[in-house]
Structures are given as C-alpha cells and as structure tokens.
Design a protein around this ligand. Sequence first.
Ligand SMILES: Cc1ncc(COP(=O)(O)O)c(C=O)c1O
Length: 380
Amino acid sequence: MLQNKLPGKGTNIFTVMSKLAQQHDAINLAQGFPDFEGPRALRERVAYHIANGKNQYAPLAGVPHLREQIAGKVKSLYNHAVDPDSEVVVTPGATQALYCAITAVVHPGDEVIVFDPSYDTYEPNVTLNGGITRHIGLHYPDFEINWQQVRDTINDRTRLIIINTPQNPSGTTWSEQDIAQLREMIAGRDIYLLSDEVYEHIFFDDHRHLSLLRYPDLAARAFVVSSFGKTYHTTGWRVGYCIAPGPLMEEFLRIHQFINFSTHTPMQHAIADFLAGSPEHHEQLGGFYQQKRDLFLNLMSASRFKLKPSTGTYFQLADYSAISDEPDTEFAARLTREHKVAAIPVSVFYAQKPDQRVVRFCFAKHAETLQAAAERLVKL
Ligand SMILES: Cc1ncc(COP(=O)(O)O)c(C=O)c1O
C-alpha cells in the first residue's frame, strides 16, 4: 500500500463545489474564476505568437521581455527596483511559485505561520516538506490579527510567515498597522516571508494594496507572488510570477527547474506585449471589480444574508445565520442542490473550525449571472 503523504486531505473544495454545481445545474459562484473573457488584444497576441514561432521552451526564469515588464511594473507601482535577470521568475500559475518558495525555505521540523482562513495550498506544501504549520485563526466579520498570539507562536523553529493580502476567502486587506506589527515580530529573527499577492490589483474604496515590495526591509526577506490569471481573467493559462532577492531566488530556481523547468512560451510573449502596451488594464481593475461588488451587495440587500463589503479580491462573504443553523458545508451543499447557487463554505479554510455561519460568493461574473443568482438567494 502506498503511504499517503497528505493524510486527511481529500479533493479540494473548489473541485467539489464546482462538480456539485454542474450536477445540479446551479449558478457557480463557488470557484474563483471569471465567467467573462480576458482582453481580446491579449488573446490575439497569444494566437500571434503561436503562429509566429514562439513555441519552444522558454528560458528557465521566463521570457526576458516579460521579466523586464514585471520589473517595470513593480517599480512604478511599489517603487521597488528589481533585477529582471536574477530577482524575477515566471511560473506556471502562482500555485507553483508558492510551492517553490515554501520548498526553498522549509526543512523538516521547521514551523510556518499561516493566518486562517488560509488558501488551501499553503499547509499541504509545508507538510510535503516535513514542516509544521502553525495556524492563527482570524474571525468573521473583521478578521483582525491578534498580534499577541503571533508573538506567542513565534519561536526558534519559526522559519516562514505566509501573508495573503488582499485575502482569499475573507475579502479583507492588510493595514499599515499590520505591516508595523509584522516588522516588530520578525525583528532580529531568522524568519522569511511569503507574500501571496495574487489579488494585488483588486482593492476597493479608500483601501490600497500594501505589497511587501513597498518596504525594503521586508522585501529583503520576502518571496512575493502574483498571478496573471487573476489580473487578465485568464486563470486557465496558468501564468504567475515570483519576486525575491537574488540569494532567495537562487534557491527558488533550483527547485523550479526540476518541477516545471519553464512556463508556456507564447503566453509569456503575449503578456509581455500587453503589459507594455496596456498598463491601464491593471490600473483599472479595482474599479472594474468594485462595480461588480457593489452590484452584488445591492442585489443581496433584499436577502436575509448579512454582507460586510469586502475591501479586496473578487469574493464576498455572507453570513446566513438568519436563514439556517446548519454548518456551512451542509448549507453550501443544500444551497447548490435546492436553490441552484453554489458557494464555498468558509470553515474549510480553518484548521480549527470557527463557530460562524458564513459562505463565500465569487462576484467575478457578468451582471446577468449575479442578477440571476441574487434572484434565487433573496427567496431564502
Ligand atoms: C490566495 C490565492 N493564492 C494563489 C492562487 C492561485 O493562483 P494561480 O491560479 O495563478 O495558480 C489563488 C487562486 O485562487 C488564490 O486565491
């Protein structure tokens, strides 16, 4: 019998809920992907590069033009200068970058701090490397970090802290106070940071994105990960990237080369061209999604769900305690089966299940999709 390296980890919740949505012909507001296309000019550029011979292996770290564009972007957005040759690596999705960064620093017995609800790949990646995940639970509706608990959790075995802002699934964003607290926690300690910033362009109202790249002292020990899938509505293309200082990146690359070696070539050329020609796309992404968030909030105001507006990502949490006492996994399944709208139960993102009745809806959808879903949800 094969020994399971990830005991207790079954099929991930996104696959489970999307399958259920399909079986019951439900509107899928569960899995985080848009039901609209990415920019036409970008898609045409992929076709162009496929037709024009960009079809062989890309360099290990990524197509140089794309790495230069990424370096230019982080300089203009976060005033952070990176060397595109030694500090930027293009990866098959942010997912692979997260795996490589965790593998680069975590040795057996090392501890890694994550903030729950946390994205579902972090812990398995730590486990596969023999590390131990220490969970700090944050709770609905504010998800504020108890920094005293972080202080109490840090010890000599703490090797890595994983940050995710804007955060999936809570739809919250870090504040300057969080950054200051983080700085204080790690001062004088040999701790690395992994900052998952795949929603870096999707933030609302008067919030802004606090990339770790804005802070030279924090960037000096950080792997910062982003995803073109989220930015260009192309989650199926699987193109992301990581930025880290040279010595960290050397170790990252050592791992990346034996897993994927390189990332799709034509997509990289197309994204580089598009980044160079249309920077307004990512600059306007927050406004684009804020309209969708506001539409969804508006439509749902007639329902018995309670919604506190998310400040970033394309997810909105909803408290259903006025509708049902069921645990969220049962409620989400029933919502899909009986009311034909699929959502994600938030408790699955916690090591210690919280006492809350909250599900996550994805609003990266056409207005008509959101309207059709809300029409069903207001009846509950
Ligand atoms: C917080 C977070 N990190 C990473 C990813 C993975 O990004 P990618 O699709 O580029 O692998 C996702 C996708 O949903 C996410 O929500």
